[in-house]
Structures are given as C-alpha cells and as structure tokens.
Design a protein. Structure first.
Length: 148
C-alpha cells in the first residue's frame, strides 16, 4: 500500500548512541533543512538519507516534531538498497504505536502520531469494496427476479 515495499527485512531500529557520525548529523535537523539537503544536488548516501528521513517525517511516520525523530535515524544507517526493507510494516507499526499512545494520553495529545494517509486510503478502499459488493448484490437480486 502507498507504493512502498511490503516485504523484506525489518527496518532497523536501535539506540541513538550506536549510530555513525554521518547519520548523527541528521539528529535534530528541521524539515526545511532536509528539503535543502534534497534540492542541493548532492548524490549518494547523503541524498538517500535526506530523502528517506523527509518521506518518513512528512508523510509516512509523522510526529508533532518539526523534524525527524531520533527513532528514524537507525533506518538510514544502511541506505545502499532501501527497497530491501519492509517499509510498509514500519509505517503500520508506527501508526499503531501512535494510536495506542493517543488512547492512553488522549486528552493530553492533540494529534495521532502516524500515517493518517494510510488510514484514509484504507478507508477509501473499504468503501469502494462495499460499494462494489452492493452492486453485485443488486445484480444478483435482479437476476433472481428475472429467472422467476
């Protein structure tokens, strides 16, 4: 769903203290800074890290922070082949954690951490499925009426 890989190795998560220096430079970076990194024309691992963190922060695993959370940093240590990771599971886990946190701290939180777009797409697919099911049911009923 959402065009991201849904199979492969789990996305790495680890303690921030064990990350390499070139990844730690992204700790506490802002979204506009990530945008500048992406559009600066740099290639290779730096671009990939910037792009993945931007996608996670803005679309796939957003939080109320104005930049990537340190929890995402482990996911960009090895960016040689990002398609090898199960990003869909990572996004779903992040969304579930956000929903659980909202349920526990409901009145204290003003947002749900996680990909609300995923919920919207999933809801739309369910509505389409139900609509198609109703059309099929209607056609079957017409067929039964005609046959009798």
């Amino acid at each position: 769903m959402l065009g991201i890989p849904s199979s492969g190795r789990p996305v790495p998560t680890s303690d921030k203290k064990m990350l390499p220096r070139d990844v730690l430079e992204f700790n506490n970076i802002s979204i506009p800074s990530l945008e500048r990194h992406i559009t600066a024309g740099r290639l290779g691992d730096h671009f990939r890290r910037s792009f993945i963190l931007y996608a996670l922060t803005v679309l796939l695993c957003p939080t109320s922070r104005y930049g990537p959370t340190s929890k995402h940093l482990a996911s960009v240590v090895d960016v040689s082949n990002p398609r090898d990771y199960n990003w869909a599971q990572y996004v779903l886990d992040w969304l579930c954690e956000g929903i659980q946190s909202f349920q526990v701290h409901g009145e204290k939180k003003n947002s749900i951490g996680g990909c609300v777009y995923f919920l919207m797409v999933r809801y739309a697919l369910i509505i389409i499925w139900i609509k198609n099911l109703m059309i099929i049911r209607h056609r079957l009923m017409l067929l039964l009426i005609v046959c009798y």
